[in-house]
Ligand binder design. Structure first.
Ligand code: C2O
Ligand code: CU
Length: 485
């Protein structure tokens, strides 16, 4: 080949390489390209339905607001106060063995935080010795954006010896969890997480309840709950299952029927008894199961671990082949908004292709064909109804998680949802699937929208939903400082 051609090729490759390198520091505000979606509303509903609007076009966004101003009323005293000390070191498992990892107040999972709907919760996080720094994100809770706990987007990571205070009033009763959002793949995998339950103001609906955190430590599947939960036959027990692992988890009950009372902290309407079927619990997701304790007891199972409720329950049952389909489980009820009047329609197409991520060649995840950080930023205005089509053509399953909102499933592969309203914050999108979802943009901020297989997030399957007029002073940096993934 002529020398000049070779030089040209090397130069082109060099430019591609260096333009894929992440800047030392960068802002969530200037990643990729703003994507305003396409207009979905009939005339008169969307102020700007041409699909190519930009900030400042149409009606002005008003004064920009910083994420740091999006907080709970600072004058309101806390109803519940919790101190959490994060530490890097050893995690002691229930069987007495220890593995390297992260603890909160000496344990992993960290303590169960319980708060009643409407109360103001204040959590003071202290980083004792985690050299990378740490944060806490409140997974599934519609907190004010300023306390969302994403390093480089809503705060700087708390370095060793530093504190960070989170204050919010949970809007919905249900099962949630908290975890680090700084260098989150190793920190969450290593156990920097814990359960959070918001009790309904109207009191419990079952006789007893327990919270079961599913987490795999160094290859060992654990269910952090009382492994034997004594309960009288005939009594009802709510089992709050939380999947903190990176992949979908089958859960089932041996020896009894169960009902799915809630998914991702949202009650289902008209849940019917399930027999000999499992439920797929998405990575990051929660399911509240209700068991009426039978004479011989029952066993709540995940592969490799279980909890006995009552006397005993059959041991060693296989994973049921049949699964509950939440698309048609329960009975319909009003959604609370009309997805037909969406102001914007977005595509979130997950793919995979060869390219450069931060200068490293590889087969990387793509969002609408683009590789991180050159990914679309989904732009909305407060109050809009938004639809999103999430499709996956990447050869792997992705548990897609949007911060600060619940999305409502409208259809899967063109089949409309016919059961209970199915509101989620974590959605299992299998290879080849397409979901249509909708939500109301009612919580201004800059909100991560990423895969909760945190290794995939680190491999670039991460973007955000951004409200027009919201800014952040925080910066991400791949090599030092804030690394939310
Ligand atoms: Cu459970 Cu972005 O996180
Ligand atoms: Cu993924």
């Amino acid at each position: 080949m002529p020398i000049c051609l070779a030089v040209l090729l090397v130069a082109v490759a060099g430019i591609a390489w260096s333009s894929s390198r992440l800047p030392t520091q960068f802002s969530a505000l200037s990643m990729g390209e703003p994507d305003w979606g396409s207009g979905g509303a009939p005339a008169g509903h969307a102020p700007e339905a041409d699909g190519h609007g930009r900030a400042g076009h149409g009606h002005a966004p008003g004064n920009p607001r910083s994420v740091t101003s999006l907080i709970a009323d600072p004058a309101r005293p806390a109803d519940v106060r919790v101190d959490l000390v994060a530490r890097q070191g050893e995690v002691r498992l229930a069987d007495g063995t220890t593995v390297p990892g992260f603890t909160l107040n000496g344990t992993s999972p960290g303590p169960l935080i319980t708060v009643t709907q409407g109360e103001l919760l204040e959590v003071r996080l202290r980083n004792e010795n985690i050299t990378d720094g740490t944060t806490l994100h409140w997974h599934g809770l519609e907190v004010p954006n300023g306390v969302d706990g994403v390093a480089g987007v809503t705060q700087d990571a708390a370095l060793p010896g530093e504190d960070y205070v989170y204050r919010f009033v949970p809007t919905h009763a249900g099962t949630f969890w908290y975890h680090s959002h700084q260098v989150s793949d190793p920190q969450v995998t290593g156990g920097l997480l814990g359960p959070l339950v918001v009790l309904p103001a109207s009191g419990p609906t079952t006789d007893a309840e327990l919270t079961a955190v599913i987490h795999t430590y160094a290859g060992r599947r654990t269910l952090n709950a009382q492994l034997h939960h004594p309960a009288a036959p005939g009594s009802s027990v709510r089992i709050r299952m939380i999947n903190t692992d990176p992949g979908p988890m089958p859960v089932w009950v041996a020896g009894a029927d169960y009902r799915v009372l809630a998914i991702d902290g949202r009650d289902l309407t008209g849940p019917t008894p399930v027999r000999e079927r499992g439920l797929t619990l998405t990575a990051g997701a929660r399911a509240d199961l209700e068991v009426i304790v039978p004479e011989g007891g029952a066993r709540v199972q995940v592969p490799g671990a279980g909890i006995v409720v009552g006397e005993g329950g059959p041991e060693g049952t296989p994973v049921p082949a049949d699964r509950v389909d939440l698309l048609s489980y329960g009975t319909p009820a009003p959604l609370g908004f009309d997805p037909e009047h969406a102001a914007r329609v977005f595509d979130y197409r997950i793919g995979r292709r060869f390219g450069l991520l931060d200068g490293r060649p590889g087969l990387w995840w793509t969002i609408n064909g683009r590789i991180y950080p050159d990914v679309p930023m989904f732009m909305v205005r407060e109050g809009e109804i938004v639809r999103m089509r999430i499709s996956n053509d990447s050869g792997d399953v992705h548990p897609m998680h949007l911060h600060g909102h619940h999305i409502t499933v409208l259809s899967r592969d063109g089949v409309p949802a016919t059961g209970s309203p199915w509101h989620v914050d974590s959605l299992n999108v299998e290879d080849g699937e397409t979901y249509e979802v909708a939500f109301v943009a009612d919580n201004p901020g800059v909100w991560m929208d990423h895969c909760h297989n945190l290794r995939h997030a680190r491999e670039g399957l991460m973007t955000h939903l951004m409200y027009d007029g919201i800014t952040t002073p925080f910066l991400m940096s791949r090599h030092t400082g804030n690394r939310p993934e």
